[in-house]
Every structure is written in structure tokens, then in C-alpha cells.
Design a protein around this ligand. Structure first.
Ligand code: ASP
Length: 584
């Protein structure tokens, strides 16, 4: 037996017990006549003591040679510690060692294995297995496992069954590029890795499984924006014989369960907001509602004066920044510079100080009097002491820019508290979204999403206005889940493909299997998928999903530890019938 106890286990009640422990050397203190070693494993740290008077010379000498991260096994007696450490669960005791067995030596690690390490991100990723020895990383992985387990427990109690779907498939359109895998046995042909199990879960409903879930890897070849991973995990779900309301109820239940189980927080009912309302009030389809700063539209009160910029704008829109009148001129100029950066692209910002004496001071005093500005304050809900920030221009652009400013300011003002949780459903998404690049409409969710009843006719006249049976679950400004009620008849699905620019041949080649299945009694069905990585990070009160993934990839999609992706040798290429021609 390698050990009788782990390193987080022993307490004062164990004094005088003979024990065997094993683990890694966290640190040693060598006073010549006495050596202390902190022994670490997943469960904690236990102090070992080697003492000239009570430990044999040979063992003491061996102990003096121990380096950081050596793997050792010790036998000894639990004794009371002279100077107790109340901050350590095992801090009342230490082990008086009689036998020391070095199980494996270690090179000096390239960074300290401490809660606060001296290793930079790149180095820690290269030696991720050492990083995982650090408590914060280990705890994040344990936390993730706890969340995944709570999901499985809840869903299986609710009658969902976990079904695995294949990874080597044909394209699933979820808006990204596919990762592809060449087939050795089928010359010139490729599998695609699933962007999600979308079509398979629908086929499981046709297969009569009724309630499906899977904690599953998905693969999307996207330019990696901050904190995205090319492979990520979804809690993927589907139900048959349901309407939108049934799905919202079922997965509000799951989310409530997680918030309670994991964070000890009870939330009665999640608010709901239509997509249009979210865009109007927050300029964003995943609004963070932990704080106010709702948009106030100012067209009615700011146009038709002499200020040309506003008169020409499609939308004039503002927010009241609580306590923002305290910003210095320099701070406001910095905000304006921030807005003008190409990432945001605003032309400028008009602002109004709401003075303590009830007067207003704006950057456009030439055009607007106190009475005008009071109307702005009313429309944005500004109070004395606030600052009103106003943007204008094309509707969508102005909203997006103001939304970015709202989030930026909330961050600055400390309003995005990671101990507060504000979920909400955003419903009634548009079915289609205009794509500037290809100059045509795309499915906003995916091509299997059904339009709201009776709206199909609008496709020909006002395609942008057609609403979908689609919904997102938003938590603290992040989309943590999204799904839809699906199309389940062949005719509508064919119409949809046609509308999205697939020729009947293309639709058949890519999705013939689904259309075929729909001819054999497909039940009405719908589902949702949660992004597990993000959900875990938010519940854990942290920002980056990478911290909750055991072996994440960096921003260029590389695994720097195993050094992937990598070239493959000529023989392998030949077997795959491939020839590589590098473009650059
Ligand atoms: N397959 C969708 C996604 O990955 C989710 C769904 O519609 O259920 O976003």
C-alpha cells in the first residue's frame, strides 16, 4: 500500500498513529539537525519532520537531498506540532519520519508550484501538467467536474438519457468552418468534425428517444477571438413533443438547480425579454442586467434643433452613468478616445453633466438649453451626479457602440460583480440575419430553426422581420445557452434550404439524411445547448474559460505542450492520398 492517508487528512485526533504518506515535495527547510518537508497531493499538505535525535542519520541525510517536486513515500508517527498553523487543515500535527523512500526524482520545475506562481501563461501552458499541480488550477478542474456531475444528475432525474453521437461526420452548419479529417479508406473524401451534434440529436427524436442530453465536444474552426477555443464542450439537449415554453421551463430548472447546488443561490423566475427589447434597451442580445444604465432613445428630444450631427442620425441614444459627473475632463476625453478606436469606431460622444445643483452642463450647450437637457435626463433616467453619454448614427451601429461603452463603464465602476447572478431568457430572435460579405440572408441560429407560426409567408416580402422560435439563456452578459424549436416537416425544411441559397441538389447532398428522416413520422421537437466551459467559468466567478479546461489551446489554436498542430510524415500523407502544397 502506497499510503494509509492522504495529505489533507490527518488531524490532532490521529496523534500517535503510525502512517504512510506519499506525494510531492512542496518545499524543504533544512536546519542541519532538523529538516522539515511539506508533502503535497491533491488533498492538501502535511508537514514532515526529520529530527537528528529521533530520526536515523541515513534518513536525515536523504531528506536533506530532497528537491522540489520529488515524489516520496514516508512512514512515521503523527505527533503534535509545536508551532501550530491554524491556516492549514493539517496544521495541528506533523509526521515524525522513520522511513523515507524516494519514488521519483524531479528536475527543478520551470516555475513555482504555488497559488501565486512566477510562471507566465506560455510557460505554464507548455508544462500544463505542472500547472495542474497548483491549487487554483486543480480546484477549477474539480469545480468543473462538480458542475458536470450536477448537470448529469439533474437531467437524468428528469428522464433525459445521455447518448453519444459520432465525431466523424459530415458538415453541420453552426456558422463556423469545419475541421476536416481525411479518410484513408475513401480516397479523396473527408469527414467533418461536428460543430455540434445538431442533426444527430434531431434524428434521435425521430428515433423516439424523447429526451436526450450529452456533454459533448464540439469543433469550430474560427478565427479565435479572445477566450474562444477551437474545441469546446456543450451540454447538448433535445426534447420531443414540446413547445418553446416546455424547453424554457425544463432548462430554467437545470440552471436554477446549478445555481443552488453550486453557488447556494436561489432565483425564483428568470425574466424574459424579446430580442427587439434587448437591442432597444441594451444594444445587445445578451444584456448584463446586474446593473441598470438602460438606453434612452433621444430622437424625439434631441433632433430638429440646430445640431446637424443628431439631425442626420437614424438614432440618437444615451445612457446615464451613475455618479459619472465626478469624472474629470481628462477621464471623459479618455472615454471618447476609447470609443474612437477602430474596434468600436464611434465618431465621437456628446455628454451632459448632471450637476448637484440640478443644472446641466453639456458638450453641446450651443444647441440645447436646460429644458432640452432635462428631457434627455428624463429619457435616460439620469439623476443629479450622473453623466449622460450620447451616441448617434445608424441604428445598429450606434446601439452596438453604446453597448460596448455601457459594459466598459460598468467594468470600470465595479458594477459587474462576480458574486451576483442575473439570468434571463432572450426570446423571439429574428430567423434570418443579413450578411454584408455575401450579400444575402443567413440563418441567425441555424437552418433547422422554425419560424414563428404563420410567419413563413413573410419570407418573400419582409425576410428580416420573420421571427424564429429561438431563445438564448443569458447569464451576466454572456450567452450560456441557445436553442430553438425545429422544423420537423420536409416541405418547410426544403423551403428553408432553398431560401438560404442551397440548390435542391446541394440540400440533398448535405442534408438528404435529415429530409429523408422527416418523411418517416418526425415528431415536433426542439432543444438547446449550453456552453459548459463558459457556464463553469461564470459559476466559478471567473473570466477565462481556459482556466477551467485541463489542456486548453492558445490564441493561435495551438497546444504548446504537445506542439500541435504539426506536419505529418510523407508515408502518412500517401496513405491518406494527400499532397501538401504550401501557399506561403
Ligand atoms: N446546435 C445549437 C448550437 O450549437 C444549439 C441548439 O440549437 O440546440 O448552438
Amino acid at each position: 500500500m502506497y499510503r494509509t492517508h492522504n495529505n489533507g487528512q490527518l488531524r490532532a485526533a490521529d496523534i500517535n498513529k503510525e502512517v504512510t504518506l506519499a506525494g510531492w515535495v512542496q518545499k524543504t527547510r533544512d536546519k542541519g539537525f532538523m529538516v522539515w518537508v511539506d508533502l503535497r497531493d491533491r488533498y492538501g499538505i502535511t508537514q514532515l519532520i526529520f529530527d537528528e535525535e529521533r530520526t536515523s542519520k541515513e534518513v536525515i541525510e536523504k531528506a536533506a537531498k530532497l528537491g522540489r517536486e520529488f515524489v516520496i513515500q514516508v512512514k512515521g508517527t503523527v505527533i503534535e506540532r509545536e508551532s501550530k498553523n491554524p491556516n492549514m487543515p493539517t496544521g495541528d500535527v506533523e509526521i515524525l519520519v522513520s522511513e523515507l523512500n524516494i519514488l521519483n526524482e524531479s528536475l527543478t520545475p520551470p516555475f513555482t508550484i504555488e497559488d501565486e506562481t512566477d510562471g507566465g501563461e506560455d510557460l505554464r501552458m507548455k508544462y500544463r501538467y505542472l500547472d495542474i499541480r497548483r491549487k487554483p488550477v486543480r480546484e477549477n478542474l474539480i469545480f468543473r467536474s462538480k458542475v458536470a456531475m450536477a448537470v448529469r444528475n439533474y437531467l437524468s432525474n428528469e428522464g433525459f438519457i445521455e447518448v453519444e453521437t459520432p465525431y466523424l461526420i459530415k458538415s453541420t452548419p453552426e456558422g463556423a468552418r469545419d475541421f476536416v479529417v481525411p479518410s484513408r479508406m475513401n480516397e479523396g473524401q473527408f469527414y467533418a468534425l461536428p460543430q455540434s451534434p445538431q442533426t444527430f440529436k434531431q434524428l434521435l427524436m425521430v428515433g423516439g428517444l424523447d429526451k436526450y442530453f450529452q456533454i459533448v465536444k464540439c469543433f469550430r474552426d474560427e478565427d479565435l477571438r479572445a477566450d474562444r477555443q477551437p474545441e469546446f464542450t456543450q451540454i447538448d439537449c433535445e426534447m420531443a413533443f414540446v413547445e418553446q415554453e416546455d424547453i424554457l421551463k425544463a432548462f430554467e430548472g437545470l440552471t436554477k438547480h446549478l445555481l443552488k447546488e453550486i453557488n447556494g443561490i436561489e432565483i425564483s423566475e428568470f425574466p424574459r425579454m424579446t430580442y427587439d427589447e434587448a437591442m432597444e434597451k441594451y444594444g445587445n442580445d445578451k444584456p448584463d442586467i446586474r446593473f441598470g444604465m438602460e438606453f434612452g432613445e433621444l430622437n424625439a428630444v434631441a433632433q430638429h434643433k440646430d445640431f446637424g450631427v443628431f439631425n442626420q442620425a437614424e438614432l440618437v441614444v444615451g445612457i446615464a452613468v451613475p455618479g459619472g459627473n465626478a469624472f474629470t475632463r481628462k477621464e471623459i476625453d479618455n472615454l471618447i478616445d476609447w470609443l474612437k478606436r477602430p474596434q468600436i469606431g464611434a465618431m465621437g460622444m456628446v455628454y451632459v453633466r448632471c450637476n448637484e445643483d440640478g443644472t446641466y452642463k453639456s458638450s453641446v450647450d450651443k444647441f440645447y438649453n436646460q429644458e432640452d437637457l432635462a428631457k434627455w435626463a428624463e429619457a435616460t433616467g439620469a439623476k443629479t451626479g450622473d453623466l449622460i453619454c450620447v451616441l448617434s448614427g445608424a441604428k445598429n451601429k450606434a446601439r452596438t457602440q453604446l453597448s460596448a461603452l455601457r459594459m466598459h463603464l460598468a467594468e470600470q465602476l465595479g458594477l459587474r460583480k462576480n458574486t451576483e447572478f442575473a439570468p434571463l431568457w432572450v426570446v423571439d430572435f429574428p430567423l434570418l440575419e443579413w450578411d454584408e460579405e455575401t450579400n444575402r440572408y443567413h440563418a441567425m441560429h441555424h437552418p433547422f430553426t422554425s419560424p414563428k407560426p404563420g410567419q413563413l409567408e413573410l419570407l418573400d416580402t419582409n425576410p428580416g422581420d420573420v421571427k424564429a422560435n429561438a431563445y438564448d439563456l443569458v447569464l451576466n452578459g454572456n450567452e450560456i445557452g441557445g436553442g430553438s424549436i425545429r422544423i420537423h416537416d420536409k416541405k418547410t425544411q426544403a423551403l428553408m434550404f432553398d431560401y438560404l441559397g442551397f440548390t435542391p441538389e446541394e440540400a440533398k447532398a448535405q442534408f438528404g439524411f435529415l429530409m429523408d428522416a422527416f418523411q418517416y413520422g418526425a415528431p415536433p421537437h426542439g432543444g438547446i445547448a449550453f456552453g459548459l466551459d463558459r457556464l463553469v467559468a461564470i459559476l466559478g466567478g471567473q473570466e477565462t474559460i481556459r482556466d477551467f479546461i485541463a489542456f486548453p489551446k492558445n490564441n493561435s489554436g495551438r497546444d504548446v505542450m504537445i506542439d500541435a498542430p504539426a506536419t505529418i510524415d510523407q508515408k502518412q500523407l500517401e496513405e491518406l492520398h494527400l499532397k501538401v502544397e504550401l501557399k506561403s
